[in-house]
Design a protein around this ligand. Structure first.
Ligand code: 5AD
Ligand code: SF4
Length: 448
């Protein structure tokens, strides 16, 4: 982001004391990674910030008369099809808050001196409130109309995008800035695409979204899954990736009631320490996450749980990291992704104190992954002796071998004829390694 030439123009007008002069410079710094370059011409600005002073009544009134002039510039830009975001910062913002927007509705956002680090987020939210999307060649619905017609699936499994974007603003993550707000595709369009895929031989779809369980088309994600489960030939449905906050009762119930919904849930938690989860702005605690897992397991006791973790988030102490290990022990994961915290310019966490040294991150990642790998191996070993339905997807590495997926998303290697490709067949699991299972067809199928 920071290497790009400024694509957007920022005009800041500063009133009052040296503190405000300093703050205005910091605001420009905070916005630079998002492509804002400073201009001294308010008429050409995409973003106008008035950094105000409240010391005397006269100073305050000056702000409102300035806002009246800026409003006219905004209207002139709008007449040309351009936008202008107006932000009021500084001490008037602190003192009068939202009252400013009531007095001057052209103002998009009000930000007090303690919240300047949140400016990119507040601006992104203001754009969304106006229904604006981030620069994109297509509006999302047009994009899908163009991209989803006449899909030629390459196998018996397919991805199907149902949702894009994110409104969560986790402090480490660039997605809300780069991919825009949460947006759901209409259910009719999704169903039509799923039907077309099933007619072309697809047996399993994975519904995709950055926050797929925030899907807010008719009936929510649970309703969508129930609808797709009625499509002939579509035997398996999966979805990824989910946020703990959006794991509602209806979706949990679908895991108990919809046989096509596979017993696998990717539910990132990121960390096990509430202090760190708060700093990450995750909107859940370790306890509330564990309660969700408990409910999901009550609905579908054999479900495979997967997750994402970040180690070395700013301020993470040994005791916080121990809390992460403790949470992992309680959940017993089937598989996981884990990352060292990576500083993303412009995100709030990048500017947080207490950045963790690389070697500490390295050591924590190593310990976390050792535990997760142990759990994955245990989950796989627990399948030995069971008979699982396997969807055969492709030939294996060795001649005469096929590779498929268990309901729990494990790869399963079996000696079997090519004729079974694309079929769901019972397989007796004989051994489990860390990353896959091996098994054999049941007697009568070996000659199929
Ligand atoms: N540093 C490390 N990991 C990150 N993720 C997102 N942003 C960062 C970052 N700045 C991880 C989270 C998320 C996954 C898709 O990527 O764990 O769930
Ligand atoms: Fe959104 Fe996920 Fe990024 Fe959080 S981690 S901001 S939920 S995309």
């Amino acid at each position: 982001m920071s290497e790009q030439a400024p694509a957007k123009r920022l005009y800041i007008k500063t009133y009052g004391c040296q503190m405000n002069v300093y703050d205005s410079e910091r605001m420009a710094d905070v916005l630079a990674p998002f492509g804002y370059g400073v201009t001294d011409d308010p008429a050409g600005a995409d973003l106008v910030v008035l950094n105000t002073c409240h010391i005397r009544e006269k100073a305050t009134e000056k702000v409102y008369s300035e806002l009246g002039q800026i409003k006219r510039l905004k209207e002139a830009r709008q007449a040309e099809g351009l936008g202008m975001t107006i932000a009021v910062a500084g001490c008037v913002a602190q003192a009068e808050g939202e009252e400013i927007m009531r007095r001057q509705p052209a103002v998009d956002l009000v930000v007090g001196p303690q919240a300047y680090h949140q400016l990119p987020e507040l601006i992104a939210r203001a754009h969304r409130a106006r229904g604006e999307r981030l620069a994109a060649d297509f509006a999302p619905d047009e994009k899908f109309d163009v991209l989803s017609t006449d899909r030629r699936p390459s196998g018996v499994t397919a991805f199907l995008t149902v949702q894009e974007g994110c409104d969560k603003f986790c402090t480490f993550c660039v997605v809300p800035y780069t991919r825009g707000g949460e947006w759901s595709r209409p259910a009719d369009a999704i169903e039509a695409e799923a039907r077309a895929l099933a007619e072309k031989g697809v047996r399993e779809v994975t519904l995709l979204g950055q926050n797929v369980n925030a899907y807010d088309g008719e009936g929510g994600l649970a309703g969508l899954i129930r609808r797709l489960a009625k499509i002939p030939g579509l035997d398996r449905i999966r979805y990824t990736t989910s946020h703990p906050r959006d794991m509602d009762e209806a979706l949990i119930a679908a895991h108990a009631e919809v046989p096509q919904l596979m017993p696998y849930l990717h539910l990132p938690v990121q960390a096990g320490s509430d202090r760190i989860l708060r700093a990450m702005n995750r909107a859940h605690t370790a306890e509330s996450y564990l309660r969700v897992i408990e409910k999901v397991r009550a609905a579908r006791p054999d479900i495979a749980i997967s997750g994402d973790f970040i180690v070395g988030f700013p301020g993470e102490r040994d005791s916080d990291f121990e809390a992460t290990l403790q949470l992992v022990r309680e959940v017993r994961y089937a598989s996981c992704f884990s990352f060292k915290y990576s500083r993303r310019p412009g995100t709030p966490a990048a500017a947080m104190p207490g950045q963790v040294p690389e070697e500490v991150k390295e050591e924590r990642l190593h310990r976390l992954q050792a535990l997760l790998e142990e759990q994955q191996a245990a989950f796989n070993a627990a399948q030995v002796g069971r008979t699982l339905p396997v969807l055969f997807e492709k030939p294996g590495r060795h001649p005469g071998q096929l590779v498929g997926r268990s309901p729990y998303l494990q790869s399963v290697h079996v000696t079997a004829s090519d004729r079974l490709l694309g079929q769901i067949v019972p397989v007796k699991v004989e051994s489990g390694a860390r990353n896959s299972l091996s098994g054999a067809l049941l007697g009568e199928l070996e000659t199929a």
